[in-house]
Design a protein around this ligand. Structure first.
Ligand code: CA
Length: 228
């Protein structure tokens, strides 16, 4: 059965082109041109994913995202105009799963859609809480605790940690990490993975210079250590 995607966007040309690109990929598309319609469509149609523009007439995207997050675990990708808004927009308190900054290419958007859907599927398969080493992740609440203390992660860091913590003891190459966390069509260098691992270590390791949670696997990539 085709997966249903709801687009909430008031700019008609974007709505049209996103719909066209998604339908070409075999998705069923629902559309809404303002926040209120978006909310009611989300409630009645139960889409598999929502692409939500930040700037909307009436209830804006941020508010729609907040309301939906309280009601359901539908994955949300935000469309934002400025990259500076991104931190605020996809901050954990708002709970969007990912974002795309305008102007964006359709290939990029489709890659994000697939990657977020894949993550949501994994989440369903693996359950709501992951625990390994010093880390405990509540996937439904989108929260992380390290040694009992709450830690704030950016969405990409969260996804990366989720992949590693869901598979303790297993080494992942940078390419596989890019594919699983960023999406196979994403235009990223393997170095991007190293940068995010460094940020993660700063947040979860007792001593980021001598990591005991996320190990470097020489010539391969990274592995989350099994608890000893
Ligand atoms: Ca808009």
């Amino acid at each position: 059965m085709a997966r249903k995607i709801l687009i909430v966007e008031d700019e008609r040309p974007i709505l049209d082109s996103v719909q066209y690109a998604l339908e070409k990929e075999g998705f069923e598309v629902l559309r809404a041109a303002d926040g209120e319609t978006g909310l009611s469509e989300a409630r009645t149609q139960r889409p598999d994913l929502i692409i939500l523009d930040l700037m909307l007439p009436g209830i804006d995207g941020m508010e729609v995202c907040r309301i939906l997050r309280r009601e359901a675990a539908i994955p949300i990708i935000m469309l934002t105009a400025k990259s500076e808004e991104v931190d605020k927009v996809v901050g954990l308190e708002m709970g969007a799963d990912d974002y795309v900054t305008k102007p964006f290419g359709m290939r990029e958007l489709i890659a994000r859609v697939k990657s977020v859907l894949r993550r949501a599927d994994q989440r369903e398969a693996t359950g709501e809480v992951l625990e390994a080493g010093d880390v405990k992740m509540d996937l439904a609440a989108h929260t992380v605790e390290v040694r009992g203390k709450a830690v704030e992660l950016a969405p990409r860091e969260f996804s990366l940690l989720e992949l590693l913590v869901a598979n303790p003891g297993r080494a992942f190459s940078r390419d596989v990490i890019l594919d699983r966390v960023w999406g196979e069509d994403a235009f990223c260098e393997p170095h991007t993975v190293d940068v995010h691992i460094r940020w993660l270590r700063q947040k979860i390791e007792r001593n980021p210079g001598n990591p005991t949670q996320i190990a470097t696997v020489r010539g391969v990539g990274y592995r989350f250590e099994r608890a000893r």
